[in-house]
Design a protein around this ligand. Structure first.
Ligand SMILES: Nc1ncnc2c1ncn2[C@@H]1O[C@H](COP(=O)(O)OP(=O)(O)OP(=O)(O)O)[C@@H](O)[C@H]1O
Ligand SMILES: [Mg+2]
Length: 311
């Protein structure tokens, strides 16, 4: 079942320098209890796509058209009050740098409790109990002592665990994780990824996992969308994407990932250069002819879609 269905979403920034089409006709779906990975180079529209889903766009970002159906309700159209009550409760977000989301002047306890009280009709004492339980769930030691600390007294990895605890405190059905481990060192990153996978099972949460690192996405995602220039070029279950990548951009990313001599960072110049070469080889014209008359997509295989629009 699709918990979230995004249809033909367009989000633009009308700036002095012109209109930036950050999200330019994006469609995807998130199934209950599964992780959707969004992968793509810097500026491809991953974050704006995710922020459009919960309508937390920086000025002057605006959803121009499209649908974001959450359990059948179109979030593009709901009131701001309704949206506010859904954030945290139904759909939560964790960001790359937890210091931007944690307030440095308040103790962890106050911040966690407030997030809980905002959405659940509980007393302060009950909120504290939930906070302690959540800190335990994210495997932080001595939650009672930790809850009395300020964010700067914690390490980066600990702060990210607190953020995950906060995001999951109201047991949302969808967790959006935007590069949640990029700022952490490799060992701590692996721990946090493992933790998220465990919590996904325990809480039966669906995750939208954003990363520019295909290696990380392959560890986390059940399904993947590959983005470039505000568009999705390919969507598939992770295995199918690796076994049979079709779009030249996906092929480039995967071959870079499989070759150990190339840094898997998508923004790597060699990757972009190889993409040019793959592009030249690919017969876009013939490929386009395979599509059904009114579709921008070709369904290569069950649940495996490739865009025909992109060169
Ligand atoms: N506040 C803003 N004002 C103007 N343009 C913006 C704003 N925020 C994002 N954009 C533009 O929207 C496009 C998509 O940005 P987005 O942040 O979604 O990229 P991303 O894929 O998340 O990249 P990264 O991997 O670097 O996080 C970019 O061209 C970016 O410049
Ligand atoms: Mg981003």
């Amino acid at each position: 079942m699709n918990l979230l269905e995004v249809n033909n979403l367009h989000t633009y920034f009308d700036t002095d320098a012109g209109v930036i089409k950050a999200v330019d006709g994006v469609s995807f779906s998130v199934k209950a209890g599964r992780t959707l990975g969004i992968v793509g180079e810097s500026g491809s529209g991953k974050s704006v796509t995710a922020m459009s889903v919960i309508r937390l766009l920086d000025y002057p970002g605006k959803i121009m058209s499209g649908e974001v159906l959450y359990q059948g309700e179109d979030l593009v159209k709901v009131s701001e009050a309704r949206m506010r009550s859904m954030r945290g409760n139904d759909i939560s977000v964790i960001f790359q740098e937890p210091m931007t989301s944690l307030n440095p002047v308040f103790k962890i306890k106050k911040q966690l409790n407030e997030a809980i009280i905002l959405h659940q009709n509980v007393s302060k004492d009950e909120a504290t109990k939930i906070s302690l339980k959540m800190l335990e769930a994210v495997k932080l030691e001595d939650p009672k002592a930790l809850i009395e600390k300020y964010p700067h007294q914690l390490s980066g990895g600990m702060r990210q665990r607190v953020m995950i605890a906060m995001a999951l405190a109201c047991e949302p059905s969808i967790l959006i994780a935007d590069e949640p481990t990029t700022a952490l060192d490799v060992i701590i990153q692996a721990d946090i990824l493992q933790l998220m996978n465990d919590l996904k099972k325990d809480f039966n949460t669906s995750i939208i996992f954003i990363s520019h690192d295909l290696g990380v996405v392959s560890q986390m995602a059940d399904d993947v969308i590959v983005m470039i220039n505000g568009k999705v070029v390919e969507q598939a279950p992770i295995r199918k994407l690796f076994e049979n990548p079709i779009h030249p951009y996906t092929r480039t990313l995967i071959s870079a990932f499989l070759r150990t001599d190339i840094d898997t960072d998508i923004d790597n110049l060699q990757v972009l250069d190889n993409y040019e070469k793959e592009n030249e080889k690919f017969d876009f014209k013939n490929f386009k002819e395979l599509r059904q008359a009114d579709k921008d997509w070709i369904e290569i295989d069950t649940d495996h879609f490739v865009s025909v629009n992109l060169k």
